[in-house]
Design a protein around this ligand. Sequence first.
Ligand code: ADP
Ligand code: MG
Length: 139
Amino acid sequence: MIYETNSPDETFEIGRKLGQSAKAGQIICLNGDLGVGKTVFTQGFASGLGIKECVNSPTFTIVQIYEEGRIPLYHFDVYRIGDPEEMYELGYEDYFFGEGVCLIEWSKLISELIPDNASTVLIEKNLEKGLDYRKITVE
Ligand code: ADP
Ligand code: MG
């Protein structure tokens, strides 16, 4: 499925729709360059789950847990991970195979740990189509 957006609000809205239909046990891999809109998408996704608290990229921790929504959200940002071994240290399996939905920014940095049945979301710019244009591919 391919979506095209021309503002942060539209990207938020696509995240929100996917959040509304997210199911426990789902793992969503979120990739795309720095500043492309992964966090905007995540904020929409969280809103779709019914999470009201502010969601940002977890800068100092690899995973941030939000439990106030319909199902728990485990928001990973693995950008700063040095070694996939760090994922074992934080007990990632409890989240990947847990009661909630996982959203993993920069999942490609830990690709060997991602289960085959994970969903993927790729966000890309195309400057020929304008600064605020984003192509969002959901698989
Ligand atoms: P990332 O998490 O991928 O590093 P962010 O979500 O933090 O990126 O930032 C995306 C930036 O791009 C924000 O400043 C946002 O306002 C801007 N932006 C412009 N157009 C769009 C769009 N169509 N979708 C999402 N973000 C957009
Ligand atoms: Mg981010």
